[in-house]
Design a protein around this ligand. Sequence first.
Ligand code: AHG
Ligand code: MN
Ligand code: MN
Length: 338
Amino acid sequence: MLTNKITTIERHITEEQQVHKGATGEFSRLMRDLTLAIRIISREVRRAGLNDILGLTDAYNVHGENQKKLDTYANDVIFRAMDHGGHLCVMGSEESDDLIQIPEPYEHGKYVLLYDPLDGSSNIDVNATIGTIFSVYRRVTPDYLGKGTMDDVLQPGWHQVAAGYACYGSSTQLIYTTGHGVNIFTYDPTVGEFFLSSANVRIPKSGKYYSINEGNSSLWSDELKRYIEYLKTPSEDNKRPMGLRYIGSAVADIHRTLLYGGIFIYPADRKSPRGKLRLMYEANPLAMIIEQAGGRATDGVKRILELQPTELHERVPLYIGSEDNVLEAERFLRGEES
Ligand code: AHG
Ligand code: MN
Ligand code: MN
């Protein structure tokens, strides 16, 4: 639904906070700093081909993958925008092995921030859509302890107080929820503001696209193979064959799924028994967005948001998208359809 009022993200967050009694403004300040980081990353993404920022650094991250320069840059920008606001007690990032502590002399606050600074980094060099994913929790350890601990970080996804992603595509957009529906903000670089462009977005109940790295099909379970074969088999009601779309950026693939419906899958397979995506800063925030839009997100069996995490960087299989499509995939995985 298009809105006709001109609403900046800052105003939207302030108005949302005003309905919560006892809100101190700490959360609004957190989001203001985070959107500043996203604006800076967006500027750098837009200039990527121009200032020779492309290419690999020598460093490897905790997953043994080469870090692109933009990953490192985005990681630094988020840290430097968020470390001194006084609203966070600890951070965690895909690109940092350990928890990121708030440096002296800055104050500690009541929130935890987890992020994937640049998602889809293999797409940087080919000018395709990439993103930034974030997840916010309230700390569970007492405030007087100052710095946050692993207990503050390892909370199930349903505890998230906010989650979202920035999508650096044909425009830069911010997709965001605080648990009261999903709103999309579009960035206008000429005025440096995110404007509300779609309010209360709903994912279609079913859709025509499936999204999975089909190159891995020889590694899949028989149940998953049968499901994907089924999606490709024509049906009388014309719902099948479904179209295949796969960019290789979870943000881009799930953003399309949010708007057009369908299903995105990053499954467990013989080579990666826990899949590839990370629970804390990819699956959980993306699951919160999709659920808040009326969709469904599971690991094939269990709801993503109810999984109890045990490690900052743990991986999880992901089945996410329109409710009907994800339920159907789950039935195939249980061997109930063939
Ligand atoms: P990142 O760039 O943060 O490492 O994430 C890449 C992820 C995700 O965005 C995408 O869905 C997936 O990797 C693609 O993996 P495959 O190349 O194995 O399909
Ligand atoms: Mn990622
Ligand atoms: Mn990343």
